[in-house]
Design a protein around this ligand. Structure first.
Ligand SMILES: C[S@@+](CC[C@H](N)C(=O)[O-])C[C@H]1O[C@@H](n2cnc3c(N)ncnc32)[C@H](O)[C@@H]1O
Length: 441
């Protein structure tokens, strides 16, 4: 991919945008998704084309996904830590430049020239132009050093997560997870109703569990069926927890932590009477707008579920709890750099409180499904074990592989759903999701 600009400033604006987004993430600790969304509104004013924005996104995605290798490559040719203290901007230009040269294979001339132009405009970076030139030229000439070439998966996996995954899944699986994180994930869609032929019509592939997978990147609004509301974007793994209720037609389902509504849409499309609860009014507004496009009717409630109570308990309750989202690193490579063990601990405390709040909402013989898009045991297996230890009224109902299109590898020894980014390697992977099904006895 290359930028669309022509003339003397070719590519400078998209690289300026890439540096801005990377600064928001690495220097200000802003989540990448937010930084991208903010930049999209700002850059519309600067009249960047979609292609230029896509190029900027590709640079930052690569820089974050390959951060470990890039740091190793830069450290081999410059005192990058000292540079960070003197000019954070010069360092960002080098990181993005390295991503372009080493992984996106952009021509050295364009990369060095644009980095120079951007450095010249920045008060703190302008003195470092000779260094920026020399480092980028050296990387272009030498390529990745041996130590950054070997063990790419290990180098790009944040240390704290690498240790946790080895503990939880063992060395081989930890490595497979880290390998999966290096790849650009496909785009998955959930069809509103099973429609044979839809996958082919929109140029996708039908996955065994019912999702449609697109590998060629496309603007979502331009994919066939968007305006008609025939599908919504949802990773194939995220589409599994709502399926674990079985037949929900005409049943009441309380969807807790519902926005932006992927699981609400699934349940409503299956004929359930869905009550979608979320504490964020902005996110719930998105859920409502999504339901309008899909022509699905649900009751949306803005509330903190620790305080809210339904009029009466429901036969089905889904709790898709906020989590560290370490199962989504393929799409959000910033997570491993911005979060740490303390986040897991504090989120696990929130999840325990939300589970306790959800329990009385489940009717006798009703089903509670708890899920998170995390790979961490504290947010999955261990969370459910401690919930069951303090709630004798609930029991785990093991998930059968026949319920999820015979995907035996998605089921943990304890009978929970446990997908990993390294599963479905030949199909392009899927997010790491955990789900447990509990019955109120
Ligand atoms: C993982 S997201 C939910 C994704 C959603 N279930 C879907 O499938 O599209 C978690 C949601 O939990 C909501 N949330 C977090 N704490 C909450 C609370 N105490 N009460 C209600 N909603 C909460 C957040 O606003 C966020 O929208």
């Amino acid at each position: 991919m290359t930028p669309s600009q022509s003339g003397p400033d070719q590519g400078v604006d998209s690289r300026a945008l890439a540096a801005k987004i990377l600064a928001a993430v690495l220097d200000d600790g802003q989540p990448l998704a937010e930084a991208l969304a903010t930049s999209a509104t700002q850059t519309a004013a600067q009249k960047l084309t979609d292609r230029d924005r896509a190029f900027a996104r590709a640079i930052v995605m690569t820089a974050l996904r390959r951060y470990g290798q890039i740091e190793t490559a830069l450290a081999a040719v410059a005192d990058i830590k000292r540079l960070r203290r003197k000019s954070a901007y010069a360092r960002l230009l080098l990181i993005n430049g390295a991503a372009e040269l080493l992984f996106l294979k952009v021509s050295a001339h364009a990369v060095v020239d644009c980095a120079n132009r951007l450095a010249r405009k920045n008060r703190h970076a302008q003195h470092f132009r000779p260094l920026i030139n020399a480092v980028l030229r050296r990387l272009a000439h030498d390529g990745l050093p041996e130590e950054a070439k070997n063990e790419e998966a290990r180098l790009n996996a944040p240390d704290w997560l690498w240790k946790r995954w080895r503990n939880e899944f063992g060395d081989a699986v930890a490595n497979e997870i880290a390998v999966a994180h290096l790849l650009e994930p496909p785009l998955d869609l959930t069809p509103k109703s099973p429609s044979p032929g839809l996958a082919e019509e929109i140029g996708g592939e039908q996955l065994p569990t019912g999702s449609i997978r697109l590998t060629a990147s496309k603007q979502i609004e331009k994919i066939q069926g968007y305006d008609e509301g025939l599908w919504w974007v949802q990773d194939a793994a995220a589409a599994l927890p709502a399926q674990l209720f079985g037949n929900v037609r005409d049943k009441t389902v309380i969807d807790l932590c519902a926005a932006p509504g992927g699981k609400t849409a699934q349940l409503a499309a299956l004929g359930a009477n869905v009550m979608s609860v979320d504490q964020s009014s902005t996110r719930l507004a998105r859920l409502e707008s999504n339901m309008r496009r899909l022509d699905l009717r649900v009751a949306a409630v803005v509330a903190n579920i620790e305080e809210w109570r339904p009029e009466q308990p429901a036969p089905c309750v889904l709790l898709d709890a906020p989590c560290a989202a370490t199962g989504t690193l393929r799409r959000h490579p910033d997570i491993g750099l911005l979060k740490g063990p303390k986040d897991i601990q504090s989120l696990a405390e929130v999840q325990a409180r939300l589970l306790d709040a959800a329990a009385p909402m489940v009717a006798q013989a009703g089903v509670l499904i708890y899920c998170t898009c995390s790979l961490e045991p504290e947010e999955g297996r261990e969370q459910i074990e401690s919930f069951l230890a303090r709630n004798a009224a609930f029991a785990r109902q093991p998930i059968q592989s026949t319920e999820i299109a015979d995907q035996v590898e998605f089921i943990s020894p304890g009978g929970d759903l446990r997908t990993l980014p390294s599963h479905w390697r030949d199909l392009g992977g899927l997010d790491g999701f955990y789900a447990a099904r509990l019955v109120h006895r």
